[in-house]
Design a protein around this ligand. Structure first.
Ligand SMILES: [Zn+2]
Length: 328
């Protein structure tokens, strides 16, 4: 994945700040301990002296040098042991004076040797996903605030139950989907008229899946296509980054498919997204106001056959929930 220099700088800043804070905390602890335990300073000096005296071995004959090295090493270890004993006597852990970095592997420098540390690349990825999801329509929807009482409780002969019972079933499917989510989860196609809770439930799934640490892209089909288009025609400096996130994220949620302004570009992009993710066996959730019949009419056969054949269809029913909400 390719990241913009802007994102790089942002990640660098965060890592530098982590290191600064960790070192600041250590020096506060050091100062406090020095005040509480006057012997500490002398022991620290003893350790420094032992290293200096060990280095003087280079001017000695071999036998004396070996003896000196053993002696200085012993001196150094004794000082270390005494410091640990002092810490224990003060009721402090033995590593109290060591710097506790967020990433012990690189000491919050962001690199190990000449390689970027994994903490740095993980942070870059996290920032990129946050940036990609910034334009999501609704940020907070949960299963808990999904109101089944908005759906009519009277039996509907076409459903062989009430819309409420039907939607309760859909709600449970979505809850289970989120709870059991992994990158082998199936694709979902949520369809039904506007205002029946498709966006709400897919956002609730997104929230749960993100909490589990998976990388999720959530956005309207229109926004995703226009970002891809900008990138494709070189109007951003992200060079394929957004496209690889859309194609390779653990869960992609494409909201409101069918509302986009359809062009040759959007049709090709949609096919590429659906097809690539099926081939990579990565789950996708697509929401649409179009029925399966509407999908067949609107999109080419290669798109509609995959959407209908490879996705679990969830039909949303009931009255317009948004109308009920605004009437309250
Ligand atoms: Zn690191």
């Amino acid at each position: 994945m390719i990241y913009s220099t802007e994102l790089f700088d942002k990640a660098r800043e965060i890592i530098d700040e982590r290191r600064r804070r960790a070192e600041e905390r250590t020096s506060l602890r050091l100062n406090a301990f020095e005040k509480a335990e006057p012997r500490y300073r002398a022991l620290k000096q003893e350790m420094i002296d032992s290293v200096r005296d060990a280095l003087s071995s280079v001017n000695m004959d071999r036998e004396s040098a070996e003896k000196n090295l053993i002696r200085q090493r012993e001196r150094n270890l004794n000082a270390q042991r005494e410091i640990k004993a002092l810490l224990r006597a003060h009721g402090l852990p033995e590593d109290h004076l060591e710097t506790k970095y967020t990433c012990p592997k690189c000491g919050d420098t962001g690199s190990v040797g000449i390689e970027l540390c994994s903490c740095f690349t993980e942070l870059l990825q996290k920032l990129a996903f946050e940036e990609a999801n910034q334009k999501s329509p609704l940020r907070f929807s949960t299963f808990a605030d999904f109101r089944l009482d908005y759906y009519p409780d009277t039996p509907d002969p076409a459903l062989e139950c009430s819309p409420r019972a039907w939607m309760e079933n859909i709600l449970n499917v979505c809850k289970e989907y989120a709870a059991d989510f992994d990158t082998n989860s199936q694709n979902l196609f949520m369809f039904g008229e506007t205002g029946l809770g498709k966006t709400h439930l897919s956002l609730a799934i997104a929230g749960e899946v993100i909490k589990k640490g998976y990388k999720v892209i959530y956005n309207s089909a229109q926004n995703i296509f226009s970002e891809l288009q900008k990138e494709y025609f070189g109007k951003t400096d992200s060079r394929g980054r957004f496209e690889s996130m859309v194609l390779e994220c653990d869960l992609l949620i494409l909201d409101d498919l069918g509302a986009e302004f359809s062009t040759q570009f959007t049709d090709a992009a949609l096919y590429n997204i659906i097809n690539t993710r099926i081939n990579m066996r990565l789950p996708t959730i697509i929401n649409s106001n179009l029925s399966t019949k509407g999908i067949e009419e609107r999109y080419s056969r290669r798109i509609s056959s995959r959407l209908i054949g490879e996705y679990l269809g969830l039909r949303f029913v009931g009255g317009d929930i948004r109308q009920l909400k605004s009437d309250e």
